[in-house]
Design a protein around this ligand. Sequence first.
Ligand code: ADP
Ligand code: MG
Length: 449
Amino acid sequence: MAEQWSRVRARLQAEVGDVEYRTWLKQLIFSGVTGDEVTVILPTRFLRDWVNKEYGELITALWQTENPAIRRVEFRTAAASRAAAPNLAEPATAPAAVAAIARPDSAAPLDQRFTFETFVVGKPNEFAYACARRVAEAPNTAGFNPLFLYGGVGLGKTHLMHAIAWEISSRTRGGKPVSVAYMSAEKFMYRFINALRSQSTLEFKNELRSVDVLMIDDLQFLIGKDNTQEEFFHTFNALVDAGKQIVISADKSPSDLSGLEDRLRTRLGCGMVADLHATTFELRYSILEAKAQRAGVEVPPKVIEFLARKITSNNRELEGALNRLVAHANLFNRHLTMETAHEVLHDVLKAHDRKVSIQEIQKRVCEHFNIRIAEMSSARRARNIARPRQVAMYLAKQLTSKSLPDIGRHFGDRDHTTVMHAVSRVTELIGTDAAFAEDVDLLRRMLET
Ligand code: ADP
Ligand code: MG
């Protein structure tokens, strides 16, 4: 039995993930089996009810796969089963679950740096930015409630949320400051659970329903948390009905947030939905420039360009890289050069080294220009063939660490001077022919992601 239990435990942990496991399930104690019923024990009534409601089905199912004779799992509190004989708990620890609930209870402070002034606007985020500004200036404008911002990690969702909150809370309505409640969905959950535990849900509800603006960051964390979601849904409706503004962020659009209840999903999509797209080279460049300037450190354009080309994943990493350079420059009182950049960011750059191969580049380029892959190595010089070939060579130089002779070899054993010529020809065309530049940029982006 002990063995079965430890397997159930392991699978449970794998199923729910470390964080949830540590928060809720670590203190689960196996008590015994009577007939077709397993008894497990939790330290408090609150935990017993919570674990039963949230994980009861899963735990039962895991037991059944381990031991088909099991039909039910009974959840008890320690007090209710003092007599329980075999105690197969993990080594005793502090009441982790309760601590985890209590800890994040203080309100999330807003980051001073995340304002509209410090937000760099570019093509990928201009729409989201405009919507955020609009809501900040005139909360509860028709069509903008709720405002739903979504996009991948590090693209500026939290920054925009804080900017809205700063802007709004600097205003007054009827002589009183406008009240804004900003919190992550996780915080919302913890606060709600905490309220349940301390039997103060009414206070919690009233507190939230009294604000002028409710902002929930990273809503995707509510997925699978059914009763928190339910509570959020009611709060949401109450606030919208009372003419209050709601702002939500998530990593996906409402329609793509699978696992969210349909009625909530529908309501989330009812106002304005704005996405933050992946960054472009131009945006990354501007962000770096702005941040370097604010830090008061002179970063050569070449270094900025280098970083903007290399660190394409998200703005957070970009900023992290710049911060390291700035710290280094300050510490050693040295001017920043390409050499320092390479040296200081060695590990980051390595992680970002694009794994794209010359073959991949050739394939993409051929698809794009609709020519056969064999033309990459052929001797034909017709413009409609030669130009794509040059583009492929150019991209190979830009996106891989291969040498010119190496690249030449992949293109029908051409000489390195041919590759060099291709690179300078394409560079020149990018400067003079906007449509061509767009083509190359598109290809680069497709290859980079
Ligand atoms: P998300 O919440 O989408 O994961 P954040 O808002 O936390 O991303 O942004 C990550 C970091 O990148 C923050 O330090 C933020 O200030 C910065 N950042 C993101 N987008 C921009 C932007 N457009 N202008 C300036 N800084 C930005
Ligand atoms: Mg965020």
